[in-house]
Design a protein. Structure first.
Length: 221
């Protein structure tokens, strides 16, 4: 399957250069000239990677990257005419996977794109960001978003959700969940109460957690 890359930059020359080399490597490409257009495209289409400029009209790339992370786990490679380490750190903190300063070597850019795409093929248990229909789980920040809005969960609720969402489609037994979350003996009734509270907190996406009678629970993400 052909990988799709979204190029977000308001400079026509830069977009054309990246697009030329990306297509030579066999990637399919699309363009966005500003952050709002980029977010609109990402909501409507699936991209395997986003190349995102920092300096954009109507909002910088850091803001766009943070907004993108609320509903998408597409890897982001940020570009900036500023090479200061502060900007690189800021980009990575915003959720970017890599950062390159302008001017850049197109060949090096393509090598970094290939490396990011290889790293992206991780099992759910190793991903920092889990993205489902209307639900995003940020493993590192211990933050959950439902329909792009942050949801407050207790530490136990977060780890319970993570234990289920890390194995989508798999029936996880009550004992496995109790061992993963509590690490000690816990009554099944208490587990069921926590599941009920978790479903309520995730509304209207609480139905992603389904009961498997006689076994435990399954996350249908």
């Amino acid at each position: 399957m052909t990988r799709r890359i979204l190029i977000v930059d308001d400079e026509e020359r830069v977009c054309a250069l990246i697009e030329k080399y990306a297509r030579q490597e066999g990637y399919d490409t699309a363009r966005a000239m500003d952050g709002q257009e980029a977010l609109r495209l990402c909501r409507g289409e699936k991209f395997d990677l986003v190349i995102l400029d920092v300096m954009l009209p109507g909002g910088d790339g850091f803001h766009v990257c943070r907004s993108l992370r609320r509903f998408s786990d597409a890897p982001v490679l940020m570009l900036s005419a500023r090479s200061e380490s502060y900007d690189r750190i800021k980009g990575l903190e915003a959720g970017a996977d890599d950062y390159m300063a302008k001017p850049f070597s197109p060949r090096e850019l393509m090598l970094r794109v290939a490396a990011i795409l290889r790293r992206g093929a991780l099992p759910a248990e190793e991903k920092e960001l889990l993205v489902f229909d209307g639900l995003v789980i940020d493993r590192t920040a211990h933050q959950v978003y439902v329909d792009e809005q942050p949801v407050a969960l207790s530490p136990k609720g977060f780890h319970l959700l993570l234990a289920l969402a890390s194995r989508p489609g798999v029936a996880v037994t009550r004992q496995q969940l109790m061992d993963a979350v509590w690490g000690e003996s816990q009554s099944p009734r208490s587990l069921d109460t926590h599941i009920k509270q978790l479903r309520q907190a995730l509304s209207p996406r609480g139905d992603l957690i389904q009961t498997v009678w006689g076994v435990g629970y399954r996350f249908n993400g």
